[in-house]
Design a protein around this ligand. Structure first.
Ligand SMILES: CC(C)(COP(=O)(O)OP(=O)(O)OC[C@H]1O[C@@H](n2cnc3c(N)ncnc32)[C@H](O)[C@@H]1OP(=O)(O)O)[C@@H](O)C(=O)NCCC(=O)NCCS
Length: 217
């Protein structure tokens, strides 16, 4: 099952379907969400978050997070809840993605079409490596971190947990990006980024407070 029924959940579903290993039972969505009101790519809505506690009894064994990057706190909370309910989180990689030798994907990590995870890179649990993004050798990507389409991360960089890196951004090799940082679309990051900072531009510089949670993303 996929937890969440927004746009990101659709992208996660595509990875799972392309892989063909699991049959997807359906999706859950928080009570009252606008996403609950529409069909979800042919899948049933299994219920709201409370379904997690009855999923095993209903024959569901595995789950992936489908909530987007603006819902980091909910992602973490729902992952804990799902695990407590006995659900397992597989790593999921699109058949066209490449995981090089020695690369590891944590539980619940999702690697989308044409992405490349370099040699000995470590992708943390529930992290998302989106379409055609690349992380080079020895990069560490923290839990729940999102790399948007076309992001490139140079070798040896250490990306913290709950980080968002916008579409097309570049992070130079061996940098440290702190937990919860946000990197704007198209940024070229040439220096370390502090935890919780929001940087954007070429070269990237601080742009004020971290963008707020919520919304569709
Ligand atoms: C990070 C992001 C979400 C911030 O959005 P936001 O909170 O609405 O930020 P704002 O638009 O208020 O921008 C704040 C300031 O940073 C600047 N800024 C924001 N993003 C920027 C970017 N990518 N490059 C350069 N400057 C940027 C704005 O111009 C603004 O500057 P100002 O205060 O001088 O006017 C957005 O910039 C972004 O990069 N989105 C990418 C989304 C994406 O990759 N989607 C793909 C999903 S698969």
């Amino acid at each position: 099952m996929i937890i969440g029924a927004g746009p990101h959940a659709g992208a996660v579903l595509d990875v799972v379907r392309s892989r063909g290993v699991f049959e997807v039972a359906g999706v859950t969505e928080k009570a009252g969400s606008s996403h609950s009101a529409r069909p979800f790519h042919g899948l049933p809505l299994l219920g709201d978050d409370a379904f997690l506690e009855s999923a095993r009894a209903a024959g569901v064994t595995h789950a992936l997070l489908g909530l987007g990057w603006r819902h980091m706190a909910a992602r973490r909370a729902l992952a804990v809840r799902a695990r407590a309910a006995g659900l397992l989180f597989p790593a999921a990689a699109h058949p066209s993605a490449v995981a090089c030798g020695g690369a590891t994907l944590g539980p619940g990590a999702v690697v989308m079409a044409a992405a490349v995870v370099g040699p000995y890179a470590v992708v943390g649990e529930h992290a998302v490596i989106n379409t055609a993004a690349t992380v080079d050798h020895d990069v560490r990507v923290g839990a729940n971190t999102f790399l948007c389409p076309g992001v490139h991360v140079g070798g040896g960089a250490a990306i913290g947990a709950d980080v968002f890196i916008g579409i097309g951004a570049v992070v130079a090799d061996n940098l440290k990006i702190g937990d919860g940082a946000v990197i704007g679309a198209g940024a070229v990051v040439l220096c370390d980024v502090a935890a919780g900072a929001f940087v954007a531009g070429v070269p990237a510089r601080e742009r004020g407070p971290r963008p707020a949670a919520g919304g569709q993303a």
